[in-house]
Design a binder for this molecule. Structure first.
Ligand SMILES: Nc1ncnc2c1ncn2[C@@H]1O[C@H](COP(=O)(O)OP(=O)(O)O)[C@@H](O)[C@H]1O
Ligand SMILES: [Mg+2]
Length: 262
């Protein structure tokens, strides 16, 4: 459903600051795949998402989403079929607007609450109830009052209220405390499963990378250096992943702690 064909992306081309962030990367994603992505800092993981989401146009290669060539499609158009979450819980929702208004906006009501029917309001409450965060009873409160974890959970609901063709999660739990991060990860699994979403999730936590989803890819210097799924993935440990990195990259992961996560 997503076909990435030999894409490359270089920042500051032709200057002393030239940086090849993605180099000849290809990836085939099947419908319903939930792929976790790991790799050291600067490996090109976020740039890959920016290339898929259209924040940056690639220098070469092609990106096909659901049979449509989106290589040159502007970001705002891709946003209709690609949902994204970032590390910062403050992104993705409007702090001065209420929970209900944010959901109405995400659902495509243009933020005009007056056009939101009672039925829709009830539907929004139902979306929030499974989060178990009491948000369904705070519909009229501004989002700015929520904690980081509550806000990230709400953003997740907003990004999937009209199920996107593709969901991109870029370390969306990295800024949360461990317990809250765990909860938001569980919610992520539930929402992805219930909506049969196709999802790519970047994480610095190797354990979560192995626990969630059906496939894991490891990136280094703008390339995919390891790609594992199915039975082969089931028996893998974090130690195995570190070993794979060493094999493929020819060096130890210099910052094991970062990759092992919290
Ligand atoms: N907007 C940008 N301008 C210049 N260089 C960038 C930009 N974004 C990322 N880079 C560089 O590209 C490389 C890959 O970055 P990134 O994709 O953010 O890595 P990751 O998400 O895996 O940590 C890094 O060397 C980074 O410094
Ligand atoms: Mg990143």
């Amino acid at each position: 459903m997503l076909k990435i064909d030999k894409i490359s992306l270089t920042f500051n081309k032709g200057t002393v600051n030239e940086k090849k962030a993605i180099e000849g990367l290809s990836l085939d994603v099947k419908k319903g795949d939930f792929i976790t992505i790991i790799g050291a800092n600067g490996a090109g993981k976020s740039t890959l998402f920016n290339a898929i989401g259209g924040t940056f146009i690639t220098d070469s290669g092609r990106i096909i989403l659901d049979g449509e060539d989106i290589t040159l499609t502007p970001e705002y158009k891709r946003a209709r079929s690609i949902g994204r979450l970032f590390q910062d819980p403050m992104k993705g929702s409007a702090p001065g607007m209420t929970i209900e208004e944010n959901l109405a906006l995400a659902a495509g009501h243009g933020g005009w609450l007056s056009s939101v029917s009672k039925k829709d309001k009830e539907r929004f409450r139902e979306y929030l109830r499974p989060l178990n965060m009491g948000l369904e009873d705070r519909m009229q409160q501004p989002v700015g009052l929520l904690s980081g974890g509550q806000r990230q959970a709400l953003t997740l609901v907003m990004a999937t209220i009209n199920p996107p063709k593709l969901l991109l999660l870029d370390e969306h739990t990295a800024a949360l405390d461990p317990a809250t991060a765990e909860k938001v990860l569980e919610l992520t699994e539930d929402i992805v499963e219930q909506n049969s979403l196709t999802c790519l999730m970047i994480t610095h936590n190797m354990q979560s990378a192995l626990e969630l989803g059906n496939r894991t890819i490891m990136m280094n210097t703008g390339r995919i250096i390891y790609d594992v799924e199915g039975e082969q993935r089931e028996g893998l440990t974090v130690r195995d992943l570190l070993e794979k990195f060493k094999e493929a990259a020819g060096e130890e992961l210099d910052n094991d702690r970062m990759l092992l996560g919290n």
